[in-house]
Design a protein around this ligand. Structure first.
Ligand code: 7PJ
Length: 262
């Protein structure tokens, strides 16, 4: 899954894909590099980020989504806003990627009647404050239990399990130790039987390990992607698609997993 941020304040590539033309060009490059899914985001969720209004987020993402509706790969929208989920699906989005796991009032209903896939992500707290003092007893168990409650909520709302993807939400209210425990224990989450998405690309946990700035975390991100795949992730969210694709192609060849080019 290749990431396209249409935000002026994203930590890793903020400001670089601001115009619709630039975002679309970047998307086409990511497809050429081997992305099988594109994830478009118009609201930064990095630690400390401030929310954006519905109007502003709509203005950022809908024109990009419309231009990419026939790009040849499924397009996901990273949003927390039920109104925008509906509009994005109408504009051709194949997946809603919600860091709130459809817990905001109206979100379950916004996607229930459609056929789009949904990514349910775990987070603790909200992006403004989530990194201040994350606390868990057993992080893997708590994240897994939360995802089970959100899978149940989605199914009760009429969203079939086949439409769901789950995500432990690396970096969303987690210390480095929490993130490492989740990566080590990812197979316990994959054992729920719903495909797991892992988003580790350029994240600050990799900065803590390597001492590098976001733009210099490609090698660390690739390593993390392969480890995530090895522990059961089925979708890897990545900024550096070419590097990640090749690394996963090697992993797939070794493990006999489905050829990434098919
Ligand atoms: C994630 C995300 C993630 C899912 C972001 C960043 C911060 N969606 N959106 N999982 N991260 N599902 O790109 O580092 O980990 S925004």
């Amino acid at each position: 899954m290749g990431v396209i941020n249409v935000t002026p304040d994203s930590f890793s590539d903020g400001n670089r894909y601001l115009t619709v033309d630039q975002a679309v060009a970047h998307a086409r490059m990511l497809i050429d590099e081997g992305a099988h899914i594109l994830d478009i985001g118009g609201e930064s969720t990095r630690p400390g980020a401030l929310p954006v209004t519905l109007e502003e987020e709509r203005r950022r993402v809908l024109p990009v989504l419309e231009r990419l509706a026939d790009c040849g790969v499924p397009v996901s929208l990273d949003t927390q806003k039920p109104e925008l989920m509906r509009e994005a699906i109408a504009a051709g989005a194949s997946m809603i990627n919600d860091i709130n796991a459809l817990a905001v009032p109206g979100a379950l209903e916004a996607v229930a009647g459609a056929s789009a896939a949904v990514c349910l992500m775990h987070k603790q707290g909200d992006p403004r404050t989530m990194q201040q003092a994350p606390r868990y007893g057993d992080v893997v168990r708590e994240v897994r239990d939360y995802l089970v409650t959100r899978i149940d909520a989605a199914e009760r709302a009429g969203i079939r399990r086949e439409r769901l993807v789950i995500d432990p939400g690396f970096g969303f209210g987690k210390t480095l130790e929490h993130n490492l425990a989740l990566l080590r224990g990812l197979a316990q989450i994959a054992a729920l039987g719903v495909p797991v998405l892992a988003g580790l690309s350029r994240k600050s946990m990799l900065g803590k390990i390597t001492g590098r700035e976001p733009g210099e975390r490609v090698f660390a991100s690739v390593a993390a992607a392969v480890i995530a795949a090895e522990h059961g992730a089925r979708i890897v969210r990545a900024h550096d698609v070419a590097a990640t694709h090749d690394a996963l192609a090697v992993w797939a060849a070794v493990t006999g997993s489905q050829n990434l080019n098919q």
